[in-house]
Unconditional design. Structure first.
Length: 162
């Protein structure tokens, strides 16, 4: 079932990051849906913004929403996340519980391998973190934990950061 991220939750989570991270890291929305996370990332000041979404329908809506708001320079990849390729930039990864457990594990394996092989740093913002225990098993360390009702809880993990 599709659910867009709650704006206040997104802004609260991004507010936990240092300004320098927002200015210099690539924002990556995993399961970017209709583009709300991409739009909010733009409003927060991320300069490089990328979304990954499997649904042709949701990608079309996201592109229309970005165009309607005159937001340019956002890259949206329409793909199966297991086959995704990433840039070698430091990243802030955002996920609003986009996958079931098996797909999340496969995604994390590819992502962690990419991060380690490219010696980059990453923050992982995970909203409604149903499978967060997997992050530690792939080398991520918990930095922030905010618990409330299920759609507003988030955790932030980091890997290769100082």
């Amino acid at each position: 079932m599709y659910m867009g991220v709650v704006e206040s939750v997104f802004l609260s989570a991004c507010g936990e990051l240092p300004d320098e991270i927002i200015k210099t890291y690539e924002f990556v929305d995993i399961g970017s849906g209709k583009g709300r996370g991409l739009i909010l990332a733009h409003e927060c000041g991320f300069s490089t913004i990328t979304g990954y979404e499997h649904s042709v329908y949701l990608n079309r809506i996201a592109r229309d929403n970005l165009r309607r708001l005159n937001i340019e320079g956002v890259t949206i990849h329409e793909c199966d996340i297991r086959m995704a390729s990433y840039t070698a930039n430091n990243k802030v990864i955002f996920a609003y519980n986009p996958f079931n457990e098996a797909l999340f594990r496969c995604f994390l394996l590819g992502l962690a391998t990419h991060i380690i092989n490219n010696a980059i740093g990453a923050y992982f913002i995970y909203v409604n973190p149903l499978h967060e225990d997997m992050l530690a098993s792939f080398g991520f360390s918990k930095i922030v934990e905010h618990r409330s009702d299920s759609n507003c809880s988030y955790v932030i993990y980091g890997i290769n950061i100082s």
